[in-house]
Design a protein around this ligand. Structure first.
Ligand SMILES: [Zn+2]
Length: 792
């Protein structure tokens, strides 16, 4: 190796170190743990293997072009692109070659003056000429271009990166017209696009300027997505002219692999919409999270966190209120304060509350406790528990939310779960005992990470075993029995709940279903990974039935949806440091054979009046998360095409299709309407039905009344105004609509405690003019559900 060569390599290495440290600095901002594998890769490519790559060079004076590999795409479960790369170009100046071009031009002019040749037929490639043209084409300053040109010993100065084809074509034209291809050229590069903008932003993550994954699975799967760059090495003669034919050496690029996720863009969009809906409705201050999982495989169907951000512009603050606050700071605060605040806001929107953060699970955890107690045989379906409104453990008095009314009295096991009764659960926890209870914390995976293939999983905060089982651990056991005073990640909670309902199998959650090469061949395909069996199939089945009871008439009744057999558990917990509540619901359906499990939570609903919102809704998981999650689960099951299962009582109110009876005799109409679970009312006189409301083919709730027009009587064509149904009971709403010739489809907690339930949402706004026979859907919610969260 010559001295010159050695010096050049040292320079290259130094340059690579600068890039590495710059990347390191950037990564320190993101959290080093997440990026360690990435860092390692960078280190090996840029420093350790540098000589290997360099060693491929042939001859002394070589020019080394990188041939970038096409980066793989990220697709959802149905093949919809979530991340893709498009080819763009980088504009490179070689100031050293520009100097040579200028010298050649001057030589030609000098010779022409002596009559020894022609004057050049193109413009002099002066620095000013190049700067003014590039400035105009690339929309950069002339000074910047002149600065690049001043590095006359350099061959590689990036003037502008990632330009689109139309701009690149203008640069190409300038190069051709001015014969400066030696000193100004374009190199292909790629740019990452996220066609669905903010959708699943916390899962997908984004890449940095060099197309290296910086966050989310873009970072975790960077190696697989990136492929391997190729190299083109060309020999050069003394003047720097390329000698392609002699020394060309080409190492072909290997294109990156495509990732196919378990995430379904439609389900993800449903989760995100429900998050935003509840956040607006309940004036939620700190966002929320929602996860949908296939309980039989651990596949994540969707995982949403709010606030979120636009993957195409991850550094822009997506939350309008936060962005406005920052804009004000920009003029009022010091630049250090402003930058710190902006960085914090970026962190906040990049964090996945579903994965990176922990929270107190509250009463949702009771599902795991009751399953453990049944599995250990310390309780059974016939066990009873007495609640007087509070329970004293050591010197702490723990209240039940029914304490004002003297408690829940004597309850069966199922009733204790339906009531979410804290004293009953303390008794269940005591029966399990601290050691066994702790064994189950471990078995459910509460003390370890789930192993999900998205980076940055948070760490639970749980008492060490010796403190929990020691002589002072009794209060910890009591509070843990109803899910308080310890923190888990949402992904841990839903994974544990999946084990409770799927037959007892703790599975490793995952988002990457397969990795596919550019020929379409599988490089990797996920195998369902069982960590351990926690409870038996029969215990799991028993708990599913109990949890269906919670939604059928217990504290989860606002999640009720006729025909969907939803089971679940509400949760209301307090963050000790801030005193704010997290309201949540974990639910699954169908209860007999779960196809989906959903965890939905809102962090910090605004309390305007003590424990109530400004609208008078008691702040609890049962009142806030349950209705949203119930509707969400129903939407997901509809989307998955899972048939509804009605109980006999539900069947009487289930939707039915109105048959065509116009043109028929009354006998026929009577019989087919009855078959379709519909009643009728006759308008006018005659033998034959001349019209009907609603028309045949319409879908209306079973038991509804069809209007039959006879003889001369015509079907009225005028429209009617939809009444305001808010605050009405289901019976009143039905009567109000039927009087006008409209129909009610009642959803939500409509079957139970009917008199207290009120309409909260109607599908068609009051005041809208609609045709007779139109169905108005109204959601009924019991807003009185309370859960007591804390210790006295
Ligand atoms: Zn109670």
């Amino acid at each position: 190796m010559t001295e010159k060569e050695q010096k050049r390599r040292e320079n290259d290495r130094r340059a690579n170190r600068v890039i590495l440290w710059r990347t390191l600095l950037l990564m320190a901002v993101f959290g080093v743990a997440v990026f360690f594998p990435l860092l390692w890769k960078l280190w090996t490519i840029q420093i350790v293997n540098h000589d290997f790559y360099e060693g491929k060079a042939v001859g002394q004076a070589t020019r080394n072009y990188t041939v970038s590999a096409d980066k793989g795409g990220i697709y959802d479960a149905n093949g919809n692109p979530l991340a893709m790369s498009a080819t763009v170009e980088n504009v490179i100046l070689s100031p050293r070659d520009i100097v040579e071009l200028q010298e050649e031009y001057a030589e030609k002019v000098a010779k022409a003056k002596e009559g020894k040749g022609e004057y050049p037929d193109y413009h002099e490639p002066s620095n000013e000429w190049i700067a003014s043209n590039l400035s105009a084409i690339l929309d950069i300053s002339e000074e910047k271009v002149l600065e690049h040109l001043s590095y006359t010993s350099k061959q590689y100065r990036e003037v502008k990166t990632k330009i689109e084809k139309d701009v690149a074509d203008q640069v190409r034209q300038f190069i051709d017209e001015n014969h400066i291809g030696k000193g100004l050229y374009l190199l292909p590069d790629t740019k990452r696009y996220y066609p669905k903008s903010s959708l699943a932003s916390h899962i997908i993550g984004f890449v940095n300027n060099d197309n290296v994954g910086a966050y989310g699975i873009e970072a975790m799967y960077n190696d697989q997505l990136s492929g391997e760059a190729g190299y083109m090495l060309t020999g050069k003669n003394g003047k720097g002219t390329e000698m392609l034919t002699r020394y060309e050496n080409y190492i072909k690029a290997r294109n990156g692999y495509d990732l196919h996720l378990t995430v379904d863009a439609s389900i993800q969009a449903m989760l995100e919409a429900k998050l935003v809906e509840g956040i607006e409705k309940y004036d939620v201050r700190y966002g929320g999270f929602a996860i949908a999982m296939d309980p039989k495989t651990g596949a994540i169907l969707g995982m949403a966190s709010y606030p979120d951000y636009d993957l195409n512009d991850p550094r822009a603050i997506a939350d309008a209120a936060v962005a406005e606050k920052l804009a004000q700071m920009e003029t009022t605060a010091t630049s250090e304060e402003y930058l710190a605040a902006k960085q914090q806001a970026q962190w906040d929107q990049w964090r996945s509350k579903a994965l990176n953060d922990t929270y107190e699970p509250g009463s949702t955890f009771k599902a795991m406790v009751v399953a453990a107690a049944l599995e250990e045989g310390v309780v059974n379906a016939n066990s009873t528990f007495t609640c007087n409104g509070s329970y004293t453990v050591a010197d702490a008095t723990i209240k039940c939310h029914a304490w004002k009314t003297g408690g829940h009295g004597t309850q069966t096991l199922a009733e204790a779960v339906e009531n979410s009764c804290n004293p009953a659960f303390i008794q269940i926890g005591m029966k399990l005992g601290a050691e066994t209870f702790y064994d189950y914390l471990e078995a459910y995976g509460i003390l370890e990470s789930t192993g999900i293939d998205v980076p940055g999983e948070g760490t639970s905060q749980v008492w060490p075993r010796k403190d929990f089982t020691g002589m002072y651990g009794i209060t910890s056991l009591a509070t843990a029995s109803f899910g308080q005073r310890f923190n888990v990640t949402p992904i841990q909670l839903i994974t544990g709940i999946s084990a409770v309902i799927n037959g007892g199998h703790l599975l490793e959650p995952y988002v990457v279903e397969s990795i596919v090469d550019s020929e379409g061949e599988d490089v990797y395909r996920h195998q369902v990974t069982e960590v351990r069996q926690v409870i038996s199939e029969s215990t799991s089945e028993h708990v599913r039935t109990i949890l269906e009871g919670v939604v059928d008439g217990g504290t989860g009744k606002n999640a009720y949806e006729a025909g969907y057999r939803i089971g679940g558990k509400t949760g209301t917990s307090e963050t000790l440091e801030t005193g704010r509540n997290i309201v949540s619901f974990v639910g699954f359906a169908p209860a007999n054979d779960p196809k989906v499990v959903v965890l939905l939570a809102y962090d910090g609903p605004e309390k305007a009046n003590g424990e109530y919102t400004a609208d008078g809704v008691y702040v609890s998981g049962g009142n806030m998360a349950a209705p949203e999650a119930g509707a969400l689960i129903a939407d997901i099951l509809d989307y998955m095409g899972i048939a509804k299962q009605y109980t006999p009582e539900e069947l009487s109110g289930a939707d039915t299709t109105v048959p065509w009876v116009t043109g028929h005799y009354m006998d026929y109409a009577q019989s087919v309407l009855k078959q379709n679970n519909l009643t009728y009312r006759v308008v006018g006189e005659g033998d034959i039905i001349t019209g009907q409301i609603p028309a045949g083919g319409a879908t209306i709730p079973g038991g509804s009344q069809v209007l039959l027009y006879m003889g001369e009587e015509q079907v009225p064509t005028e429209q009617v105004e939809v009444p305001d149904l808010e605050g009405m009971s289901p019976e009143d709403a039905k009567a109000a609509l039927n009087d006008l010739g409209l129909y009610l489809r009642a959803t939500g907690a409509v079957e139970y405690y009917v008199s207290t339930n009120v309409g909260t949402n109607q599908s068609i706004k009051a005041g809208t003019m609609v045709d007779l026979g139109t169905v108005v859907e109204v959601r009924f919610v019991d807003e009185s559900i309370k859960e007591y969260t804390g210790l006295e």
